[in-house]
Write a protein of this length. Structure first.
Length: 681
């Protein structure tokens, strides 16, 4: 039997066996945690001196590229993790969520970093705005690496995804991690870390692993550090109250188990496709990972006239679920992760069943299949019927973290929403309805108590990822009992690990700090057109002020004929005079096109393609006889380290465009995004 090791200060640590860890299927001892105590002072010192330095040598774009390479590496070695994951009681489908879902999250954050973050380590959360009347004093916000260490304390149910979904945004933000998985399934997390170590992709100090206790780790943290936790609400409350965390105002984010619910809309009848979708979704959430998901459906809310029928349909589907050793063909639900978990779930089933009815449970379920399963941590899927949910508080307070759900009736939609809120905050709630008005009424009211809301109907079902699937692009977390924290949510998650600061100064100084042109800042003009510079030579602030062009009636008529846009403001003299503008005006898109004609350098050169416009605004009308000119300024450069099919490197350049009239008034404002070639090497 192997003794697991921690990965501390770049070394694998621990030899002496301590706590035994068991195979969830047959109860046999398969691993031990190590007995040696970790020197957390040394771990933190290594993270601060090596991890932070090595991470900040890189920028957002480079760290994103590493995440993509790591995701590919883990996918190439996933079968090793699948072979170990089965010992946690997970079926192949369960493990897919954990293992390939984890790698998928790395891929997602690699894309988020590439597409939404700059080169460098300063994220300009602009735009900058003037604070003075003459434009000499401005303000903006920046996000920068915190310069601290992130401690991630994870739950037992997702040993791979749980680590990677927190690690990805933390790494992208330039913050080293110390990760502590739950002991029961830490052997799978250790295997993951060994793969990551073997890849050689991460800079030294980026990621450390704690097997066993966190000891005095939280007591040693400093103001620039932070802690995230996934697990029970009770444990979250204890950790959050750590004296050092409180005194130093160290951020603590909790994602706690909650009594998530699914509501069958009052409009749905047994003949509707949505009725079957609801039943299938409940059964799937009860049995996937043996119900050991913080997002699983714990409360099933149905119209009181359908209570018995829905309970019957759910029970009938549960009866078809084969339980047992996940390695046996046909098994769809394995055991819980440990005997301790089995004991806890059975105790909570007894509490929930008091005064209620068990519609499906141990008595109705077939025995687990497979050799040696008598000593496994199996619990049959259990559906409890509560007929008085307004009076029975236990069903809204007690969670059995396993394949257990309670079905309850409601009289009308307001009562259903009120019952959902009795869970005092959840990670996710689902509403199954085919009525848009019901969704429009219920969802805004439910949003106050639930972190994520799934509206499921026959259309969404064709692609829906389901009630219980957190996605990298969407927030994961919820209010109240769910912990009050946030994870994931696309770029939002990365920003959680950055420090936001307001910056004030002259536009020129703000441009220097943000590495992004700020209007009003000094610009550099030369005889060389900015479009003639290769990516490496182009500098923020390189600018061109164009010659002028006077807009004529012929221009408007020609553009209308070319575009087919004969809007009255451009062609009806009488109607235009009666409009707020008092005259005929040029098409906004003509102004855009005319500006391009003023600043584009037509000959072949380093600027390869224009692939979009951002922040386009038509600020003032341009009339017949008005004279316009444009200022084109290099605003932002992003080196995504990509090459074309010929091996020539490319970068992304955003150009600030200001179109003004003869009175120097701004008439149009936008950013142009271009691909710019690098010099051939």
């Amino acid at each position: 039997m192997k003794t697991l090791q921690s990965y501390i200060a770049g070394q694998w640590f621990g030899k002496e066996a301590a706590q035994p860890l068991h195979n969830a299927i047959d109860g046999s001892v398969i691993y031990h945690t190590h007995a040696e105590q970790i020197d957390f002072a040394a771990a933190l010192q290594f993270a601060r001196q090596q991890g932070i330095k090595n991470l900040l040598v890189l920028d957002f774009q480079q760290r994103a590229a590493i995440l993509r390479s790591l995701a590919k590496y883990l996918n190439e070695h996933k079968e090793e993790l699948y072979a170990i994951s089965v010992q946690t009681g997970a079926t192949r489908n369960d493990s897919w969520i954990d293992i390939e879902g984890g790698a998928g999250t790395l891929f997602a954050y690699a894309s988020i970093g590439t597409n939404e973050f700059p080169s460098g380590n300063v994220f300009h959360e602009g735009p900058a705005f003037p604070l003075g009347k003459q434009g000499h004093f401005s303000g903006t916000h920046i996000l920068v690496p915190r310069g601290g260490v992130a401690v991630h304390i994870n739950a037992f149910n997702f040993p791979v995804w749980g680590l990677l979904e927190k690690f990805a945004p933390t790494f992208l933000a330039g913050m080293p991690c110390i990760v502590k998985p739950a002991s029961a399934t830490s052997y799978l997390t250790e295997a993951l870390l060994r793969q990551i170590d073997a890849s050689g992709l991460l800079p030294a100090g980026s990621l450390q692993l704690v097997i066993g206790s966190t000891g005095d780790l939280l007591d040693r943290l400093e103001e620039s550090d932070l802690v995230t936790f996934t697990g029970s609400a009770d444990t979250a409350a204890k950790l959050k109250a750590n004296q050092n965390l409180v005194q130093r105002s160290i951020p603590f984010t909790a994602e706690a188990d909650s009594l998530n619910c699914a509501i069958l809309g009052p409009d749905v009848t047994p003949d509707d496709e949505e009725f079957d979708l609801f039943v299938k979704e409940v059964v799937r959430e009860m049995t996937t990972k043996a119900g050991q998901k913080c997002t699983a459906i714990r409360r099933v809310l149905v119209p009181q006239t359908l209570l018995e029928l829905v309970a019957e349909k759910i029970s009938a589907r549960l009866a078809k679920i084969t339980i047992g050793d996940p390695r046996v063909e046909g098994v769809r639900m394995g055991p819980l992760a440990s005997k301790a978990q089995q004991h806890d779930v059975r105790e909570r089933i007894a509490v929930l069943a008091a005064g209620n009815q068990i519609a499906f449970g141990e008595a109705q379920s077939a025995a687990p299949v497979g050799e040696g399963v008598a000593n496994g941590a199996f619990v049959a899927p259990t559906l409890i019927v509560c007929r008085n949910p307004l009076e029975n508080t236990r069903v809204h307070d007690v969670e059995a973290f396993g394949p257990v759900s309670t079905i309850m009736p409601y009289a009308d939609l307001p009562e259903a929403i009120a019952l959902a809120a009795k869970g005092r905050g959840s990670l996710v709630a689902s509403l199954v309805t085919k009525d848009v008005q019901i969704a429009a009424t219920a969802i805004p009211l439910m949003a106050a108590w639930h972190g994520r809301l799934l509206i499921l109907d026959s259309e969404a079902a064709k692609e829906s990822t389901g009630h219980g699937s957190p996605l990298p692009q969407l927030k994961h977390g919820g209010p109240g009992r769910a912990g009050g924290g946030e994870e994931l949510g696309g770029a939002r998650a990365v920003k959680h690990y950055l420090q936001r600061a307001a910056v004030q100064g002259s536009p020129t100084m703000l441009a220097a700090v943000t590495r992004e042109h700020v209007r009003g800042a000094a610009v550099r003009e030369s005889e060389i057109h900015p479009f003639r510079h290769y990516f490496e030579d182009l500098q923020i602030g390189d600018s061109l002020l164009t010659h002028r062009r006077t807009v004529s009636e012929a221009d408007i008529c020609a553009f209308g004929g070319l575009s087919g846009d004969y809007f009255y403001m451009h062609f009806d003299e009488i109607a235009a005079k009666e409009s707020p503008f008092g005259k005929r005006i040029a098409h906004g898109y003509f102004v855009l096109s005319a500006a391009a004609g003023l600043f584009v350098s037509p000959a072949p050169g380093p600027v390869l393609a224009n692939y979009g416009l951002d922040t386009l605004r038509f600020v003032k009308p341009v009339g017949i006889g008005d004279t316009i000119r444009a200022r084109l300024t290099c605003k932002r450069k992003i080196d995504r380290q990509k090459k074309d099919v010929n091996g020539v490197g490319q970068g992304v350049v955003a150009w600030d465009v200001e179109v003004t009239n003869q009175d120097n008034e701004l008439v149009a404002s936008y950013d142009i995004l271009t691909l710019v070639a690098k010099k051939a090497v």
